[in-house]
Design a protein around this ligand. Structure first.
Ligand code: OXD
Ligand code: MN
Length: 618
């Protein structure tokens, strides 16, 4: 389609304005058809940017390789450009919007020379849902169009929904690599140098400008930039919640259903939990979403969630039949792989896939190397980049719930928080009430391990990632805590609020040689044992003890049938209150975490900290 096919005057004017600034060779409005997808993919293959995979192994799937300077989100180059710095808060990078726009306009000027400017109308959430929101992404990257096609509902149908007067979030993206006359990409991933990358959110204007990166969350602007950073701002303005949470459907052996959301920092197995295969008989987990949840109160007073995305942008390394079979099946066709290794027979491979590769591999940097006899590689010598990804349509997930696109969303019974905590935090505990739950969300974090830092003095400290939304909150995190408190306070019916739980799959005992990896809990499918306890808690079942830190499973309340004996022995240890550990935790929160938020810290959270301390000293 062309600009003239756009009926909405506001969109048209904005597209014309960006065209005049970026000076592309052509402008193309995406219709979202299969023919368009195939044509643009062929363009990428012809330009040497994409490799078609073996049709017998991975039908209609392609592999892209990025440059080593463009392999992940760039938090250091991500900005919340609010008018006042205080509104961006202590956890976001801030530049004055006037200054940032001047700088970025300088970069955008003529940045699309030699390229086509694509206009992608997209919807976050099921089309026509009262919870969904529309956006328009302008980009000069075919890779972005193709990924947005999988990750969102995109194309003409969205323009029709927006109509002549509907609202949309404008999202501008350029890879920041103009081409001189006749110049071609020649198989080299286009992007700008790190110091010229800007991932900018303007919260007052609900506007996104991204420059210089073609990768994932930096470039697929519907995801982290819109569905989290701008959506957190919209949610606060409009009284709902935009969260970095998976959504799952849990069915018990009687066929009763509950829906659960969960916030976990990156690399804590969120996608695995969303697609879990239970090890306890009769229980079923189905997926609604694996990364983002938008939640609004329904007419019945319950909190309803939708998954604003239509696909999974999952981390490939570590995904195996054992860790997440359903993700592998989701990505077995019609999938875009990025920075995975390529096998001799035209398939993809990555570390932790569960089997060694054969023959030679082309690694993510494009070098041919003989495969190793195992499915691990030394750090820095990986064949697949540790942040290699698959972009797969959610509808291909074998355990996708039939109602995953219900425009009304699904009613949430429980909200989980969790991080990687080798000590202190038990396997599961339930908050006493909403504010206590908000407190638990506010202290989410992962312990820094020797594997995650080169600075030995940091090991054992806790990197806090409140609500697992630290890199994705579009405003002051203290005000975000207050928003959560207010949601509870102003709920149409307090008794219908979801119950809040803190889970920890990662307790360790390195001195016990029986435990694989030193982990005191098996995780993966066995997490269903904890989900089952949570399910029953939501029904008010008498399966908990009231402890100093909240409700915890009564002895025998977690189903251990079929669990290895050594885990049966560790279970009492990980389901009791570690008083010393929690007192240290309180000190860390009081001295290092909460003071960052200054006057923005809700008094309700300091109160919760005092209550916890008092309970522990009883
Ligand atoms: C993601 C992340 O890519 O949270 O989803 O980092
Ligand atoms: Mn995420």
């Amino acid at each position: 389609m062309e600009i003239k096919d756009i009926k909405n005057a506001k969109i048209k004017a904005w597209v014309e304005e960006i065209k005049a600034m970026c000076e592309p060779d052509a402008v193309y409005v995406c219709d979202g058809s299969q023919e368009e997808y195939d044509r643009l993919m062929k363009k990428c293959v012809d330009a040497g940017l994409a490799t078609p995979l073996n049709k017998d192994k991975k039908p209609n799937s392609f592999l892209f390789r990025s440059l080593p300077s463009d392999v992940a989100r760039v938090e250091g180059r991500t900005f919340i450009s609010s008018v006042k710095q205080d509104d961006a808060g202590p956890t976001n990078n801030w530049i004055d919007p006037k200054e940032l726009k001047e700088t970025m306009k300088g970069l955008y000027k003529g940045c699309m020379h030699g390229r086509t400017m694509y206009v992608i109308p997209f919807c976050m959430g099921p089309l026509g849902s009262p919870i969904s929101k529309n956006g328009i992404e302008i980009t000069d990257s075919e890779y972005v169009v193709l990924n947005m096609d999988i990750m969102t509902r995109a194309g003409k149908k969205v323009l029709d929904v927006i109509g002549e007067n509907g609202e949309f979030v404008p999202c501008l993206h350029s890879v920041g690599k103009p081409l001189n006359n006749g110049e071609k990409d020649n198989g080299i991933w286009p992007c700008a140098d790190v110091e010229h990358k800007y991932i900018s959110q303007f919260p007052e204007e609900h506007l996104i400008w991204s420059y210089g990166s073609g990768y994932g969350g930096n470039a697929l602007l519907g995801k982290k930039c819109f569905a989290l950073r701008i959506a957190t701002v919209l949610a606060r303005e409009e009284g709902w919640l935009a969260e970095h949470m998976l959504i799952l459907k849990l069915t018990n052996p009687k066929g009763e259903v509950k829906y659960v959301t969960g916030a976990f920092p990156s690399a804590c197995g969120k996608t695995n939990l969303a697609m879990l295969i239970p090890t306890i008989p009769g229980w079923k987990v189905e997926t609604i979403g694996d990364d983002i949840a938008w939640m609004k109160f329904g007419k019945d007073g319950r909190l309803y969630a939708i998954n604003p995305e239509a696909g999974f942008f999952g981390v490939a390394p570590g995904t195996s039949d054992q860790s997440n079979k359903n993700a592998l099946i989701s990505a077995s066709s019609n999938t875009i792989f990025t920075n995975c290794a390529l096998t001799e027979d035209g398939d993809v491979w990555w570390e932790g896939i569960g089997y060694p590769a054969k023959g030679d591999l082309i690694d993510w940097k494009g070098n041919k190397r003989p495969a190793l006899a195992k499915d691990k590689s030394p750090k820095g010598e990986e064949f697949a980049h540790p942040n290699a990804r698959f972009t797969a349509p959610a509808k291909q997930c074998p355990c996708i719930a039939p109602e995953w696109e219900d425009p009304n969303g699904v009613p949430i019974s429980a909200i989980l928080f969790g991080g990687r905590r080798p000590s202190t935090v038990p396997l599961v505990h339930q908050s006493r009430d909403w504010n206590h739950g908000v407190f638990l969300g506010s202290i989410v974090g992962s312990e820094i391990t020797a594997a995650s830092t080169i600075d030995a003095s940091q090991v054992g400290k806790i990197r806090r990632d409140p609500f697992a939304i630290l890199p994705f909150c579009g405003y002051n995190m203290g005000d975000y805590f207050q928003h959560w408190i207010n949601i509870g306070k102003n709920a149409p019916d307090q008794s219908k609020l979801p119950k809040i739980f803190y889970v920890n799959w990662f307790r360790k005992d390195d001195n016990n040689p029986d435990l694989p990896g030193g982990f005191m809990w098996p995780g993966y499918g066995d997490n269903s044992r904890v989900l089952a306890w949570i399910f029953d808690r939501c029904d008010g079942k008498d399966n908990a003890d009231d402890t100093a830190i909240g409700f915890m499973p009564k002895a025998g309340a977690i189903n251990t049938d079929g669990l290895a004996n050594y885990y049966k022995k560790t279970l009492p240890e990980i389901t009791k209150v570690d008083k010393e550990g929690w007192l240290k935790e309180i000190k860390d929160i009081r001295e290092n975490h909460y003071p960052k938020f200054g006057k923005h810290l809700p008094k309700e959270l300091s109160e919760q900290l005092d209550i916890l301390e008092k309970n522990l000293s009883k």
